[in-house]
Design a protein around this ligand. Structure first.
Ligand code: AMP
Ligand code: MG
Length: 329
């Protein structure tokens, strides 16, 4: 299937740049993953956009150099250059966009602006060899349940306020954890025993995370951290699984795909897998290196767009929605 999708005879090399939030990533795609290099910004508080972008600028040169070395390609071998055009933090997006634009113009290569959310989906489909999945996209800033219909991903349900990862990070910060707190919350949650009731907020097909976050933050310090992490996760993931289950019943899709940074959470994977099984749908989650933000997924989407005759690039767009992209590949 993948070969048909890619027009094997047209195999080319795409260089991709990711810089939407915390990770400067550079990947090389040529019918397979030739390189996927990255450096990630961490912090005690939340992500400071200017500091994150300065971090990216300081690391970009080394990441590009290593990615090219590992890929065995010279810059002159590259056929097209892709970058994450949005959504994301403005100062960070500008780092990848500036680099990609400079390289593309200097070496006279096509430049392709990729939607970061769609790249998460494309790489998930590629890694798990799926055709038409119901997608659960859970990252720091985004939480959406989507499916492709008539050349656009339709959003069946999404967060009305903050992303699932942001909720975990902001809660973890209250417990003194560094960014990203999601993996640390997951670790403590595994030792939790007592279920503490928190607000459960599903609005139709959409989700609201700020109320439960406030309630959990208020309880911090007065109950066992492990029980609170466990209960917080169970509520958040339960809400998401409920909405996904209804979308699955509605669309009757046969595949469920979990993508984005939070998809690395083993408890969320377990809950989604169980739900998909009940509905006789397959369940897939890509390996970590493709699920966390990375440059390879941008190179892959860039190549798919290029093959579909979509050499398009515009200004960075901090708020570019996944359902605004015409997906013709
Ligand atoms: P992304 O925005 O796709 O790069 O994903 C980053 C988000 O994923 C951050 O909010 C992290 O805290 C979160 N994250 C990463 N690993 C885990 C994990 N094991 N459990 C929960 N959240 C995670
Ligand atoms: Mg992401």
């Amino acid at each position: 299937m993948w070969q048909v999708w890619l027009h094997e005879d047209e195999a080319m090399t795409c260089l991709g740049f990711e810089s939407t939030a915390h990770t400067i990533g550079v990947g090389v795609f040529d019918n397979e993953c030739l390189a996927n290099e990255k450096e990630m910004y961490t912090t005690i508080g939340g992500i400071h956009p200017r500091e994150a972008s300065q971090f990216m600028t300081s690391r970009a040169h080394g990441v590009v150099r290593t990615a090219l070395e590992k890929s065995g390609k010279a810059i002159s071998d590259i056929d097209c250059v892709a970058f994450a055009q949005g959504p994301g933090l403005g100062p960070c997006l500008r780092v990848g966009a500036g680099l990609a634009r400079t390289i593309a113009h200097y070496y006279d290569k096509p430049l392709i602006g990729v939607n970061h959310c769609i790249a998460h989906i494309d790489v998930g489909k590629w890694a798990c060899d799926l055709e038409d999945p119901l997608v659960v996209y859970v990252s720091g800033a985004n939480t959406q349940v989507l499916g492709l219909k008539d050349e656009k991903y339709r959003v069946y349900g999404e967060t009305l306020d903050i992303g699932l990862g942001n909720a975990l990070d902001a809660f973890g910060r209250e417990l003194g954890m560094e960014f990203p707190a999601g993996p640390k919350v997951e670790k403590l949650a595994r030792e939790g025993k007592e279920f503490i009731e928190l607000p459960y907020s599903v609005k139709g097909m959409d989700l609201v995370f700020s109320g439960i976050l406030t309630a959990a933050k208020k309880l911090a310090g007065s109950v066992d951290d492990r029980d609170l992490c466990y209960s917080f996760q169970e509520h958040l993931f339960g809400m998401l699984v409920e909405v996904t289950e209804r979308a699955l019943a509605h669309t009757k899709k046969k595949e469920v795909l979990l993508v984005g940074g939070v998809a690395q959470n083993a408890r969320l994977v377990e809950m989604m897998r169980g739900m998909a099984k009940v509905h006789e749908a397959s369940f897939s989650v890509p390996p970590k290196e493709y699920n966390a933000d990375n440059g390879f997924m941008i190179a892959l989407s860039g190549q798919l767009m290029h093959d579909a005759g979509r050499d398009e690039a515009g200004d960075i767009n901090q708020f570019w929605r996944s359902d605004d992209v015409r997906v013709t590949w």
